[in-house]
Design a protein around this ligand. Structure first.
Ligand code: PLP
Length: 382
C-alpha cells in the first residue's frame, strides 16, 4: 500500500491488528482490572486498568488516527472528556466560548469551573472581530463547536485557531456533530479535538463515551495524567462498542447526509416551517465555510415552526419513525424540542434557544419513510 491507508481502512484496522495469541480479528474485550508483572515494573505495557487497558488502547489508537492526531485519550463520557481538557486551566485563566455551545459545556464552565476561579466570555464565534475583542491576556482557550448544537452554526476553525494562537491560547474543537469523517479540525489549525463518542462514533444509541485527540505531546501527557488521576475512564465493553461503531462510520455518515438532504428538501418547501437550519443550504450563513472545512454537511437538521412553541410541541409528539428523545447521531432518527429538553439548562441565559425550534437527528432508515413521517406530523400530505 502506498502512503497512509484511507479513512475507512483506518476505521476498521487502526489499533486493531489480529490478536497475536488467538488470531481473533476483533480486539478482545479485556475485562481484567490488573495485569501480571514478571518482575517489579516489568510488564506487557499494562499494569492497572484505570491507567490503561488493551481495548481502550485499541480505541485510542483508532480514533487518534481518524482525527490525524499523535495521541488520543478515551473518557467515560463526552462531559468527562471536556472536564479533562478544562482541568488543564488554572485559577485566573479565561476561556472564550461560542454563544450556542452545547448546554452541558456551558453548564460545566459556568457551574463547575467558574466557582474555581476560571473566567469566561461567550461570543458569536462567526464574528471574528468579536472573537478578537473577547481575547484577554489571560485567555488560554477558545472553545469551538461546529456545527453547533442545536442551531447548526458554522465556525471557521482555521480563522478562530489563528486568532487563538496570536493570543497564546489553544483552540479546542468539539467535533461531535461532524465526526472526523466529515471534518478534521487538527489539520485546519485546532490544538485539541473533543468528542462525545455517545453520538455518531458509537452510532447505535447503546454507549456513553468521550474522547480527546491532540498533536501537542506535552498536553497529551497532562491529559493522560488527568485521565488516570481523576479516573473518568470508559469501561472495556464501552470501548469495544465504540470501536465496533466506528468501523461503519463512513457508510453511516454518507447515508445520514443523504437522508438529511431529503428531509431538508421537504422542510424548505413546507408552509408550516418558517426557517430550516442546515449548513448544506446555500442560504445558510456558514455554507461557504462548511463547503471548505467539511466534506459533507451532516445528518443534523433544525427548523423553526411558524405556529410557535405549541405547534412545535405538537409536531415532536406526532412523529412515529422519528422517536421523541434526547441525544443524536445514531442509526435511528430522533426528534426533540431543545428549549425544553437538551437545552433546558441554558433557559433564561444568553445561550437560550428559540422555543419554536425543533431538532432532528436524521437516521439511516429509508429516506421516503422519514419524509412521509415528518410530512404527516407537520399536517401535510403523505
Ligand atoms: N458535546 C456535544 C456537542 C454534545 O451534543 C454532547 C451531548 O449531547 C456532549 C458534548 C456531551 O457528551 P456526553 O453526553 O457523552 O457526556
Amino acid at each position: 500500500m502506498n502512503g497512509e491507508p484511507g479513512f475507512e481502512t483506518r476505521a476498521i484496522h487502526a489499533g486493531q491488528d489480529p490478536d497475536p495469541v488467538t488470531g481473533a480479528v476483533v480486539p478482545p474485550v479485556s475485562l481484567a482490572s490488573t495485569f501480571a508483572q514478571t518482575a517489579v515494573g516489568v510488564h506487557s505495557g499494562f499494569e492497572y486498568a484505570r491507567t490503561g487497558n488493551p481495548t481502550r488502547a485499541a480505541l485510542e489508537t483508532c480514533l487518534a488516527s481518524l482525527e490525524g492526531a499523535a495521541r488520543g485519550l478515551g473518557f467515560a463520557s463526552g462531559m468527562a472528556a471536556e472536564d479533562a481538557v478544562l482541568r488543564t486551566l488554572r485559577t485566573g485563566d479565561h476561556i472564550v466560548i461560542g454563544t450556542d455551545a452545547y448546554g452541558g459545556t456551558f453548564r460545566i464552565v459556568s457551574k463547575v469551573f467558574e466557582p474555581m476561579g476560571i473566567t469566561w466570555t461567550s461570543v458569536d464565534l462567526t464574528d471574528l472581530d468579536a472573537v478578537r475583542n473577547a481575547m484577554r491576556t489571560e485567555t488560554r482557550m477558545v472553545w469551538v463547536e461546529t456545527p453547533t448544537n442545536p442551531l447548526l452554526t458554522i465556525v471557521d476553525i482555521a480563522a478562530v485557531s489563528a486568532i487563538a494562537h496570536e493570543h497564546g491560547a489553544r483552540c479546542v474543537v468539539d467535533n461531535t456533530f461532524a465526526t472526523p469523517y466529515l471534518q478534521r479540525p487538527l489539520p485546519l489549525g485546532a490544538d485539541v479535538v473533543v468528542h462525545s463518542t455517545t453520538k455518531y462514533l458509537g452510532g447505535h444509541s447503546d454507549v456513553v463515551g468521550g474522547f480527546v485527540a491532540t498533536n501537542d505531546l506535552e498536553l497529551a501527557d497532562q491529559l493522560a495524567f488527568l485521565q488516570n488521576a481523576v479516573g473518568a475512564v470508559p469501561g472495556p465493553f464501552d470501548c469495544y462498542l465504540v470501536l465496533r461503531g466506528v468501523k461503519t462510520l463512513a457508510v453511516r455518515m454518507d447515508r445520514h447526509c443523504a437522508n438529511a438532504r431529503a428531509v431538508v428538501a421537504l422542510l424548505t418547501e413546507h408552509p408550516k416551517v418558517s426557517r430550516v437550519l442546515h449548513p448544506g443550504l446555500p442560504n445558510h450563513p456558514g455554507h461557504d465555510i462548511a463547503r471548505r472545512q467539511m466534506s459533507d454537511f451532516g445528518g443534523m437538521v433544525s427548523f423553526l415552526v411558524r405556529g410557535g412553541r405549541d405547534e412545535a410541541l405538537e409536531i415532536v409528539r406526532r412523529t412515529k419513525v422519528f422517536t421523541l428523545a434526547e441525544s443524536l447521531g445514531a442509526v435511528e432518527s430522533l426528534i426533540e424540542h431543545p428549549a425544553q429538553m437538551t437545552h433546558l439548562s441554558v433557559a433564561g441565559s444568553p445561550l437560550a434557544v428559540p422555543d419554536n425550534l425543533v431538532r432532528l437527528s436524521v437516521g439511516i432508515e429509508t429516506a421516503a419513510d422519514l419524509v412521509a413521517d415528518l410530512s404527516r406530523a407537520l399536517g401535510g400530505p403523505g
